[in-house]
Design a protein. Structure first.
Length: 371
């Protein structure tokens, strides 16, 4: 008989409570910042004293926590098999985007079936992509280079559909996660750098020679040349951080949300810094680093190679996405429109983070480490 779930007593006894506490703390912080940063937006848009966005965020968080606990309770073998099925299901939704997708600001990245809320397939696909690639890299009786070829055949169609949307930010993110997985799997360094150079060359060609990606070229030029006049959002985000100083202007005193559309999604760090100060942002960054350190420390104790690779891929995804989001906010990187895990507003992003968190909690349980 297949065992789908661990019982709650075993789950509580074996779960890493430090990792669980940090994850829950980050979700709660995201909910709090959503309350203080979006209530004014709702008031302006709906012409009423409304908590519309906060209530939506709260619903997303409740669904996310149910998903997180559900995936953390799954039996490990069933988790791997179930995730592979979900990979193919959500890959199919990614295929549907060019045909049935909802276009927003010139990009088709979302699906809206009416019954369900609008969602971004790539966000839900990312955790299962990691498990699929890790599974291929751990195949027995397959040559090392055959495994790399198979994993690249999984990456290629995902990247092609992302490019067609177009979404260079997610393309680079998922490619970097794939590179991190093949790097730790023991690839020859020469081949690894060939992969990296190929990826960089393809992206450079798309950005500078394909008209569809003209907007990326404009963002790069505006990033390198501050006098170009095309960096309004980045300038306002930087101004918000500067005006907030070390201790911030106070709750509700920030103005970035009124100046930059979707600031509570793409520029949440700037919103937090303006109202609560750089010291809170530094504290949040430390939480991400402690979470990553705790997971990496667990990886060294795990014997299962697949579980190791999945955890490495999950940590890489969280760290790269966090670095890119913060880098954009402080003008270290050009604008990408990438959300901050746990904290940014948006149902797809929150659910994606919950899936990754549930998988991390599942694979860092004490009994799995001892096996």
């Amino acid at each position: 008989m297949i065992k789908f779930f661990d019982n709650f007593y075993d789950w509580w006894k074996n779960i890493d409570k430090t990792i669980l506490t940090i994850i829950l703390s980050l979700f709660v912080l995201g909910l709090f910042f959503s309350l203080v940063s979006t209530s004014l937006i709702a008031s302006d848009k709906l012409d009423t004293n409304s908590y519309y966005f906060f209530i939506k965020h709260l619903i997303f968080i409740i669904i996310a926590l149910m998903t997180l606990f559900g995936f953390s309770l799954l039996n490990q073998k069933f988790l791997f098999n179930f995730s592979l099925i979900l990979f193919f299901i959500f890959f199919l939704t990614l295929i549907l985007v060019p045909f049935l997708g909802v276009e927003v600001k010139g990009s088709k990245r979302w699906l809206d079936f009416g019954i369900f809320p609008r969602f971004q397939p790539i966000e839900i696909l990312k955790p299962f992509f990691i498990i699929m690639v890790a599974s291929l890299l751990c195949l027995e009786k397959k040559g090392l280079y055959i495994k790399y070829l198979l994993s690249s055949l999984v990456l290629l169609p995902v990247v092609l559909f992302l490019i067609s949307q177009p979404d260079i930010g997610q393309t680079l993110l998922i490619s970097m996660v794939w590179l991190s997985l093949i790097f730790v799997s023991g690839i020859n360094l020469i081949m690894f750098f060939l992969f990296f150079i190929s990826l960089f060359s393809i992206c450079s060609y798309l950005i500078f020679f394909v008209p569809k990606f003209e907007y990326i070229k404009i963002r790069l030029i505006s990033f390198l040349d501050v006098t170009s006049g095309n960096n309004y959002q980045a300038e306002k985000a930087s101004d918000a951080i500067i005006s907030g100083g070390l201790f911030g202007k106070g709750i509700g005193e920030g103005t970035l949300n009124n100046k930059v559309p979707e600031a509570h999604t793409d520029y949440i760090v700037s919103v937090i810094s303006e109202e609560f100060g750089a010291i809170i942002v530094i504290a949040i960054m430390l939480l991400y680093l402690i979470l990553s350190y705790k997971i990496i420390k667990k990886i060294n104790l795990i014997k299962d190679e697949k579980a190791k690779l999945i955890l490495i891929g999950s940590v890489s995804l969280i760290l790269i996405q966090t670095f890119v989001h913060i880098g954009v906010n402080i003008r270290l990187l050009p604008t990408t429109g990438m959300t901050l895990p746990f904290l940014s507003y948006g149902g797809s992003s929150i659910l994606s983070t919950a899936l990754i968190s549930g998988i991390i909690l599942n694979l860092t349980k004490r009994k799995i480490i001892q096996e």
